[in-house]
Design a protein around this ligand. Structure first.
Ligand SMILES: [Zn+2]
Length: 563
């Protein structure tokens, strides 16, 4: 074992009782403990962060000052087992920033981000600690350990070396100052985008609904009502609201307005403008890697990723770039031809792409994406994903009884994941499907707890988060083929974390760009015959998608890939 720090004393040094702070208290309840999402109290967040950092620093000091010679166990494993309370806190922090953000939270985040960066630098630049990590890394015995243990040692060592642990004097100080400033800038950048997503809503009148499908009109009506604008129709400033509007609206002026509002997020020349932030971020990144001796940021960033060098990344991109550009030109020419034939006197602009590509798709492949949507009902797609997970990973998904696992919002649902054959518990899967103010746009997967076994087995708490437009009460959620593909993609990330069999928490991290392999692989199960015939059924009649429609989707699979 390794020397234990006095965590209660560390927390007391900043006047916090960790047992009484919801963000620091160990997960309690069923399934090996679950986050107390129903008890989050913003007032406890800052004290929680301060105590979490103090506790983690006390642990790090105990490891660094251990009089025993450094070993894999007393240094690497001790680090793996440190920062537990802070780690749990960050699951809540992720929800508060990504799913439930508010001006109150953002004020705390803006204040704490640079302090968290400082805290991280204090650990990375702890010379005694790095000397111990280095000594384990260079110890010939390490080469004889299990491959996963060797990889863990390398990852921990590299985490320090790659982040300036070897710097001295003025360089060390400047590096820390840059990290702190970058943390501020990153936080401000994403909060500016979120601000602009929340603050700009385009309200339509009944006369401006031309071309919009019924489901979109209903969702826009309830979105407007939720914002106190009953009788109007709200197009919110998120991709899931903007995208279908641009696809179907016949009102070109409004298409331009909605397009500009979305693409101008963070670019409105006001207090939330990101242009100056971008310039400063680029300058500081360049200076930061210069201190480490790298030629540019890309060389540093790609070093531990699959591409390894900027040259190889460029080679990969340029391998497809000319073909992609040529394809875009062909597609826009097709759109222009169709617009001309219809007698529309216009030059295709970016806000026309979705609208006219939809028409070209119909003309070329006789494929109507609104018709496809009738077979893509959100609940059925979830069943389809569960089916695929059962076939491929032998997983079974069962909804947990309402109220047994706390959630942070009423639309969030939780399933237990078990082994289909043995019934053994594998983990929980949380789903937060709908867009709402304070939720960042896009779709993502995250975990509230990762698999590990080295110091007691921990089961996975995985989650998926989407921004589907919440339907009017009693209405189905019908989504596009692209959104269904994304749904499968993100579920692939969740399955990746649920399938983990690693012993050590750090090994769950994987290689950042390689983790896209699992998710892209899962996308390919959406257009399989099993999924189509069982789950892509008409939302009203229950009839499976007709063969000729399936054939058209497959024929059109490469359509619009340039755009
Ligand atoms: Zn992905």
């Amino acid at each position: 074992m390794w020397p234990k720090a006095d965590l209660a004393a560390a927390a007391a040094s900043v006047n916090v009782d960790p047992a009484a702070n919801v963000f620091l208290a160990p997960y309690a309840g069923p399934y090996g403990g679950v986050p107390a999402f129903d008890k989050m109290d913003l007032a406890q967040l800052k004290p929680g962060l301060e105590a979490g950092m103090a506790m983690n620093l006390a642990e790090v000091e105990a490891i660094a000052n251990n009089p025993e010679p450094a070993t894999f166990e007393n240094t690497i494993l001790a680090l793996e087992d440190s920062g537990r309370a802070l780690g749990d806190l960050f699951s809540y922090y992720g929800i508060l920033s990504g799913n439930l953000s508010s001006p109150e939270f953002r004020a705390i985040q803006q204040e704490m981000a640079p302090r968290l960066a400082d805290f991280q630098t204090t650990i990375t630049q702890n010379a005694k600690l790095f000397a111990r990590v280095k000594s384990v890394y260079e110890n010939p015995r390490t080469k004889k350990m299990r491959p996963d243990q060797q990889r863990l040692v390398w990852l921990v060592y590299n985490g320090f070396a790659h982040d300036g642990a070897t710097l001295q004097g003025a360089a060390k100080e400047r590096y820390a100052a840059i990290d702190k400033r970058l943390a501020e800038l990153y936080t401000q950048f994403s909060n500016n985008v979120l601000h602009d997503e929340e603050s700009y809503v385009t309200y339509l009148t009944k006369a401006q609904l031309g071309g919009l499908p019924d489901s979109l009109v209903k969702a826009a009506a309830s979105a407007a009502e939720a914002r106190g604008q009953k009788g109007k129709y709200a197009i919110t400033n998120t991709r899931s609201s903007m995208d279908p509007f641009l696809t179907y609206s016949t009102d070109r002026k409004m298409r331009e307005k909605v397009w500009r509002t979305y693409y101008d997020r963070g670019d409105n020349g006001d207090a939330y403008d990101n242009n100056a932030l971008i310039a400063e971020i680029l300058q500081l990144r360049d200076e930061r890697v210069g201190i480490l001796g790298y030629e540019n940021y890309a060389s540093w960033r790609l070093e531990d990723r699959m591409a390894k060098t900027p040259e190889r990344a460029m080679e990969l991109m340029m391998g497809v770039w000319p073909a992609a550009i040529a394809r875009v030109k062909e597609e826009v020419a097709d759109m222009q031809k169709l617009a001309d034939a219809e007698g529309a006197t216009l030059k295709i602009e970016p806000w026309d792409y979705r609208f006219y590509s939809e028409k070209v798709r119909k003309a070329k492949y006789d494929l109507n994406s609104d018709e496809v949507k009738q077979y893509l009902e959100l609940g059925k797609l979830r069943e389809a994903m569960f089916f695929v997970a059962g076939e491929l990973f032998n997983f079974n998904f069962t909804p947990v009884a309402e109220g047994t696992v706390p959630v942070f919002q009423e639309d969030v649902k939780v399933w237990e994941v078990t082994d289909k054959t043995t019934g053994a518990h594998i983990g929980l899967w949380y789903l937060d499907p709908f867009a709402r103010p304070g939720k960042r746009s896009g779709a993502w997967a995250t975990s509230y707890r990762s698999h590990e076994t080295f110091n007691g087995e921990r089961k996975v708490l995985a989650s998926n988060n989407s921004n589907f437009v919440k339907p009017a009460p009693g209405e189905p959620v019908l989504i596009s083929w692209d959104d269904a593909t994304t749904y499968f993609h993100e579920f692939g990330h969740a399955l990746h974390s649920l399938s983990s069999n690693v012993a050590y928490p750090t090994l769950n991290g994987g290689v950042r760009d390689y983790t896209e392999f699992q998710s892209q692989l899962l996308e390919r199960w959406l257009p399989t015959d099993e999924v189509i015939s069982r789950f892509l059924v008409h939302y009203k009649t229950g009839e499976p998608m007709p063969q000729d429609l399936v054939a058209k989707i497959k024929a059109a699979a490469n359509f619009n890939q340039g755009f």
